[in-house]
Design a protein around this ligand. Structure first.
Ligand code: FAD
Length: 294
């Protein structure tokens, strides 16, 4: 199913808010260990399948570092689980030729949706040729040459490299103008920032669906690093609540479920286009949240 068939704009009436899961291709020291991890991931996805996800999004290593394992995982999810896929794809450190070949491979798997990204250059990408500087150029190239529905990334609290949120939204608008048909957001913990973002998008006449990125927190120390890396606001009240339980992963996970559930309930009330869960390849927290939402 295509993005354009799944999602409705923010505020538009929906019978049910679509949910989706982000996963990443597991890495391991050797091939056998990797196969094992993929099997474990497929089992986790089987658990989450009962909630009828609109799609599974599979991350991509910028520069094509995990190209093979990404394709293999997409193939398995497609054939063994029959779940709809949105493949992430980045253009940094990649030539047009490489991009074209990869996208042909994606289409040959009967994948209909792609999340077109710039990506952050991997450390070892110093002198590699690259044909596109920003995601909008990739979006334009895909929409002119492929029959894929294209999603783009949005940052309710601003992309770390942008000077202002207004600048960032201007750049986002370019991605929509040249073919982006849905926005998937960076994770956030302050719903008010998401509501404000949707207002600003509306003011800029950006009317495509906006799907909210939700991270069920399960590890407090990793959270700080992740938030800093992504430029995400950690509300002080949230930090106070999680700090109390930081030595217990079980309690942190429970608190993370409760926090994300509350976020999701309010987002649904607001009329969000969809909820996209950053699962970190684990079914349990996301399953508990969706079970309570159903
Ligand atoms: P762009 O839209 O190109 O924006 C990057 C920066 O440049 C922004 O500050 C923007 O304001 C500015 N900008 C954009 N266009 C222009 C222009 N024409 N002129 C001047 N400035 C401009 N990374 C991965 O490597 N793999 C993944 O699978 C992955 N999945 C992601 C999924 C989601 C939902 C999100 C939100 C991010 C994901 N990322 C992933 C991270 C993403 O690649 C990085 O945040 C990257 O730095 C920006 O990518 P982008 O597509 O948003 O870039």
């Amino acid at each position: 199913m295509r993005l354009s068939e799944i999602y409705k704009p923010v505020g538009e009436k929906k019978t049910k808010t679509p949910i989706s899961y982000e996963i990443f291709p597991p890495k391991a020291v050797d091939e056998n260990a990797e196969k094992q991890k993929i099997e474990t991931l497929l089992k986790e996805l089987k658990i989450l399948k009962e909630f009828n996800p609109a799609l599974i999004s599979i991350t991509y290593g910028a520069g094509g570092t995990n190209r093979g394992s990404t394709i293999e995982l997409a193939r398995k999810i497609n054939t063994e689980l029959e779940l709809n896929i949105m493949q992430h794809f980045t253009c940094v450190c990649s030539t047009k030729n490489f991009i074209e070949n990869y996208l042909k491979e994606i289409e040959s798997l009967d994948i209909k949706n792609i999340l077109a990204l710039k990506g952050d250059p991997p450390k070892d990408c110093v002198t590699v040729e690259q044909d596109f500087s920003y995601a909008n150029e990739l979006v334009e190239f895909i929409s002119q040459n492929f029959a894929l529905d294209i999603a783009v990334a949005g940052y309710p609290e601003k992309h770390p490299a942008a000077l202002t949120l207004q600048d960032d939204i201007k750049n986002l608008k370019q991605k929509i103008t040249v073919g982006g048909c849905a926005i998937f957001t960076q994770l956030f913990f302050e719903n008010d920032n998401f509501y404000r973002y949707c207002e600003l998008l509306n003011e800029q006449d950006i009317k495509v669906p906006v799907v909210a990125g939700i991270l069920p927190v399960s590890n407090f120390s990793q959270l700080g690093k992740m938030a800093q890396m992504c430029g995400v606001v950690l509300p002080s009240k949230m930090v106070e609540r999680f700090e109390k339980f930081q030595n217990s992963e079980e309690d942190t996970t429970k608190m993370g479920i409760e926090f994300a559930l509350n976020q999701c309930e309010k987002l649904i009330e607001f009329g969000v286009s969809g909820l996209h869960f950053y699962t970190l390849n684990r079914a349990h927290p996301t399953k508990e949240i969706i079970r309570c939402l159903s």
